[in-house]
Write a protein that binds this ligand. Structure first.
Ligand code: ZN
Ligand code: ZN
Ligand code: FE
Length: 760
C-alpha cells in the first residue's frame, strides 16, 4: 500500500505497526519521498479490516489523502517491522505544521519524578516543532535542525520502541541530550550560573524587556501590566500604534483580558495556537501602551514547553510581540537576533536548536454566530505549510508569487497548493531575501519545479519583478482583485461563476489605475469588471495611504465642494495651507492617480470624523472607524446610490460623504456616523451584488479583500445578501487580505491551464 497525505511526523508508522499487531499481520512500513509505503501479509479478513481501519483510525494529526493498493506475493517473513526510510527520487511527502505541546508532555513536565521535569524542549509524536525545523524531506531527524543532537540511551530507547509515545518522534530530546536554554546579555555574554528560565522570569517581573527564542522566531516580551516596560518596548521597537499581542498562561488568565465566546476559546486551545483577536475586557489588566485606542486585544496561549514554563514562572500575562524592529521581518537566526534585538531587549533567552524557517504567529478573529470558521487575519505558524486543495488540478507545476505588502507565495501541482507562511512586506530587503529563500525551500520540500510562474499585474511589485527574472518558465499575470475572488472560490472547492465584491486598499487595475472597490463577475479562470466604487483622485499618490485626511479632502472635492472648508475635526492636525494645496491637487488631478479604493473611502470617513488624520500602518483608520461604531450598530444607512455608468454599476459615495460631513458638523457622535456609514456600504454592496447576480444568472456572492476583515461590515452585508437568498462565500482558510492572493493566482493559473487543454 502506498499512503499519501500528511503522514510523516505525525505518528503514522507506529500507528500502522500497532494496527498490524492487533490484526496479526506481518510485513513492514516505511517513510519515503512520497509518503508512507507498507506491506501487510496475513489472513484475508485481517487485511480487509486493516484497509478499513487505516484511514478511519489514523492519528489525529495525520491526513490520509489516498491509499493505493497492489497485491504482491507473500514473503513469509516473520513479524512486522518499521523499516529504514528511503530517500532519492521525487519527494511528495507532506510536511506537517508545528503543533502545540500536548497534554501528555505537559503532565510529564509538571511531574518532579519525571526525567523531563521542567524541560523546555519536551515533545512527542503528537506535538512539537515540525515545519520550522525541517531542512529537507523525508521528515527524519538527520534532515531537521535536531541533527546536531545525538539521542542519549533513554531517548533512543523511546524512539525505537513502537509502544512508546515517542516512537520515531524526530525532535525527541531530554535534559541529558537535547537543546538547552541560555540567558545572555545583548553583548552575548552569559548571565549568572543558575536556572536561565528562573532568571529570565525574575528579570521580566522586575520590568525588563526580553527577547525570547520561540518556535518560528524571536519574540520581544515584557509584563503586560507594567507600563514602563511596555512603553520602553514600544519606543525601542519604533512601533507607534499597532497593538502588542499577549500570551496568557491559560484560559482563566485569557478570560481576564478579553471576553470570550465558546468558539474563541476553542480557537485559543487549538493545536495551531493562533493569536485570537477578541473584545477587550473592561478591567483587562494591561498597561495603557499595550494596545492604545484598541477595543480589542490579541491573545494567545503558550504553545511550546518553554512558553508554558515561562508564563507559570512569570506569574502574569506577557506581551509577546514579534522580535523585530518596525517593518523588518521577525528575527530567527541567533547571530542576527543578537545584532538586531540587542538594542531593544535588556536580556535574551536563547537556545541551541536552530530555526530553519521563520514563521510568525497566526492571527484570527471570530465571526461570532455568522460562520463557524474565523476570519484568518494572518495564516502562518501552526497552519503553514498544510496544503489546500484546488478545485481544478494544476496540470503543470505552478509558482504564484503573490502581492507585495502582506505577501505569501504558493506552489501548486496536481490537486493541491502549498501556501507559504506569512512573508511580509517585500519592500524590506531582508523580507525579499526570505521570500526568495522560502520559494527555494518549498520547491525542495514539495518537489515542485515550477513551469508556470504567476504574478500580479502591478509592474513594480517586487514579487512581479522576481517572477519576471525566473528563467526557463512561462509567466502569467493575474489581476489583483480577480486573484482575491479566485482564492475565495477555490478554497471552497468551487469554480464559479460568482459575483465578487472585492474591497481592499489598493490593487493594480487593467486600465492602469488603482482599483480597490470592485464588483466583479467571474470564475476561477477569468472575470469581468461589472462595476466599482466611483473613482476619485488620490492627492499626492501613495502618501494618501498614511495621511487619510487627504482622502477626506479629495472626497469632499468630488462631492461638489471646489473649496471644501477644512473640517473642524482636523484643526491642529493639518494646516489650512496644506489642506488648500491638497484640495488643489484633487481638483487638478496633478500627481493624484485616480482610485476606486474602498479602503481609501473608509480612510476618508474616518478622518472626517476626526479619528485619524494620519496613521502609522495601512488600514488603521478603517480599523478605528469600525471600533468606533461600538454598540451603535443599528443606525439608518446614509444614502449610497447605485448608478449605471460607462464601466458598469457605480457606487456613488459622493452623497454619502456629504451626509457624513453634515452629521459631523452638526455634532453627531462618531459611533453613530460610523454605524450609519457601515450600514450604507453594506446596503449598497448587497444591492449591487443582487443586481449583478440577477443579470448574470448566478446566486453565489464572494466577499473578499482586506476591507472585509471588518466584522461589522461582513455581518451586515452577509445578512442582507442572505435575506435575498444569495449564497455568500467568505474567505476562511486564507486571509481576505493580500495573504490570500498567491493561492488565488495559483488557482486561476491551474484553471486557465485546464481551459487551454480541454478540447473545444
Ligand atoms: Zn507531546
Ligand atoms: Zn535524552
Ligand atoms: Fe488586495
Amino acid at each position: 500500500m502506498r499512503v499519501t497525505g500528511t503522514v510523516q511526523g505525525v505518528g503514522f508508522r507506529p500507528f500502522v505497526y500497532r494496527l498490524a499487531g492487533d490484526l496479526d499481520l506481518t510485513g513492514y512500513v516505511l517513510n519515503d519521498d512520497r509518503g508512507v509505503l507498507l506491506e501487510v501479509e496475513g489472513a484475508s479478513a485481517a487485511v480487509v479490516s486493516f484497509l478499513a481501519r487505516l484511514p478511519a483510525d489514523a492519528p489525529p494529526l495525520a491526513t490520509v489523502e489516498q491509499v493505493f493498493t497492489e497485491e504482491v506475493a507473500p514473503t513469509g517473513a516473520p513479524g512486522f517491522e518499521i523499516a529504514a526510510s528511503r530517500r532519492g527520487g521525487t519527494p511528495l511527502a507532506l510536511v506537517s505544521p508545528d503543533v502545540a505541546t500536548c497534554a501528555a508532555c505537559l503532565s510529564e513536565m509538571a511531574d518532579p519524578g519525571d526525567r523531563r521535569y521542567r524541560y523546555p524542549f519536551t515533545n512527542c509524536t503528537d506535538c512539537g516543532p515540525r515545519f520550522t525545523i525541517v531542512r529537507d524531506v523525508p521528515y527524519d531527524r538527520p534532515l531537521t535542525t535536531m541533527a546536531g543532537f545525538e539521542m542519549c540511551a533513554l531517548c533512543r530507547a523511546e524512539y525505537e520502541n513502537p509502544d512508546d509515545r515517542r516512537f520515531h518522534a524526530q525532535p525527541n530530546a531530554c535534559p541529558e541530550c537535547g537543546p538547552a536554554l541560555r540567558l545572555v546579555e545583548p553583548g552575548g555574554g552569559a548571565v549568572g550560573q543558575g536556572d536561565p528560565l528562573a532568571a529570565a522570569a525574575e528579570a521580566l517581573r522586575g520590568g525588563a524587556v526580553l527577547a525570547i527564542k520561540g518556535l518560528g522566531g524571536y519574540h520581544l516580551a515584557c509584563r503586560a501590566g507594567h507600563e514602563v516596560a511596555s512603553a520602553a518596548l514600544r519606543s525601542r521597537k519604533h512601533r507607534e500604534d499597532k497593538p502588542f499581542a499577549l500570551m496568557a498562561a491559560d484560559l482563566t488568565a485569557a478570560r481576564e483580558l478579553v471576553e470570550l465566546t465558546g468558539a474563541e476559546e476553542a480557537l485559543l486551545l487549538g493545536s495551531e495556537r493562533p493569536i485570537v483577536v477578541a473584545r477587550r475586557h473592561p478591567d483587562a489588566p494591561v498597561a495603557p501602551s499595550v494596545a492604545p485606542g484598541s477595543p480589542d486585544l490579541g491573545v494567545m496561549l503558550p504553545y511550546t514547553p518553554l512558553h508554558h514554563l515561562l508564563l507559570a514562572e512569570a506569574g502574569e500575562t506577557l506581551v509577546m510581540t514579534s522580535g523585530n524592529l518596525s517593518d523588518e521581518p521577525i528575527a530567527y537566526d541567533d547571530a542576527e537576533a543578537l545584532k538586531r534585538l540587542g538594542s531593544i531587549a535588556d536580556l535574551l533567552l536563547v537556545h541551541d536548536r536552530p530555526i530553519h524557517v521563520r514563521a510568525d504567529d497566526s492571527v484570527v478573529r471570530s465571526l461570532g454566530d455568522l460562520r463557524a470558521a474565523p476570519l484568518m487575519l494572518r495564516r502562518s505558524r501552526g497552519y503553514a505549510p498544510a496544503s489546500i486543495p484546488l478545485p481544478i488540478e494544476a496540470s503543470r507545476a505552478v509558482l504564484a508569487c503573490g502581492a507585495e505588502l502582506k505577501s505569501t507565495f504558493s506552489l501548486a501541482q496536481g490537486p493541491r497548493a502549498w501556501v507559504s507562511h506569512h512573508i511580509g512586506d517585500l519592500k524590506n530587503y531582508e523580507t525579499l531575501r526570505s521570500f526568495e529563500e522560502g520559494v527555494a525551500h518549498f520547491e525542495r520540500l514539495f518537489a515542485v519545479s515550477p513551469e508556470i510562474v504567476v504574478h500580479d499585474l502591478h509592474p513594480d511589485y517586487l514579487s512581479t519583478r522576481y517572477a519576471l527574472t525566473r528563467e526557463g518558465v512561462e509567466t502569467m499575470a493575474v489581476q489583483h482583485h480577480h486573484a482575491h475572488l479566485a482564492a475565495c472560490l477555490a478554497e471552497h472547492g468551487e469554480e464559479g461563476p460568482a459575483v465578487g465584491a472585492i474591497y481592499d486598499g489598493t490593487g493594480y487595475g487593467e486600465d492602469g489605475s488603482v482599483w480597490g472597490g470592485e464588483l466583479l463577475f467571474g470564475d476561477v479562470a477569468s472575470y469581468e469588471r461589472a462595476g466599482s466604487l466611483a473613482a476619485v483622485p488620490m492627492p499626492g499618490g501613495e502618501r494618501a495611504v498614511l495621511e487619510p485626511w487627504r482622502m477626506a479632502c479629495s472626497w469632499l472635492v468630488a462631492a461638489g465642494q471646489d473649496q471644501p472648508p477644512m473640517p473642524a475635526a482636523l484643526a491642529g492636525a493639518v494646516s489650512p495651507e496644506r489642506w488648500e494645496q491638497v484640495a488643489a491637487l484633487a481638483r487638478s488631478g496633478f500627481v493624484s492617480p485616480s482610485t476606486s479604493s474602498m479602503g481609501r473611502l473608509f480612510d476618508a470617513v474616518s478622518s472626517l470624523c476626526g479619528l485619524r488624520p494620519t496613521v502609522t500602518y495601512e488600514g488603521q483608520a478603517a480599523i478605528e472607524l469600525e471600533a468606533a461604531a461600538g454598540a451603535a450598530r443599528e443606525g439608518t444607512p446614509y444614502p449610497l446610490p447605485l448608478r449605471d455608468a460607462e464601466g458598469g454599476l457605480e457606487l456613488d459615495a459622493r452623497e454619502t460623504v456629504r451626509a457624513v460631513a453634515r452629521d459631523v458638523a452638526q455634532g453627531a457622535s462618531t459611533a453613530l456616523v460610523s454605524a450609519r456609514f457601515h450600514a450604507a456600504v453594506a446596503v449598497a454592496t448587497a444591492e449591487a451584488c443582487t443586481l449583478i447576480a440577477a443579470a448574470r444568472g448566478t446566486d453565489v456572492v464572494v466577499l473578499s479583500g482586506g476591507v472585509f476583515n471588518n466584522r461589522l461590515l461582513v455581518e451586515r452585508t452577509v445578512a442582507l445578501l442572505e435575506d435575498r437568498r444569495l449564497r455568500v462565500l467568505l474567505p476562511e482558510l486564507l486571509p481576505a487580505g493580500d495573504g490570500g492572493i498567491s493561492y488565488g493566482q495559483a488557482a486561476a493559473a491551474a484553471a486557465r491551464l485546464a481551459r487551454t487543454r480541454s478540447p473545444t
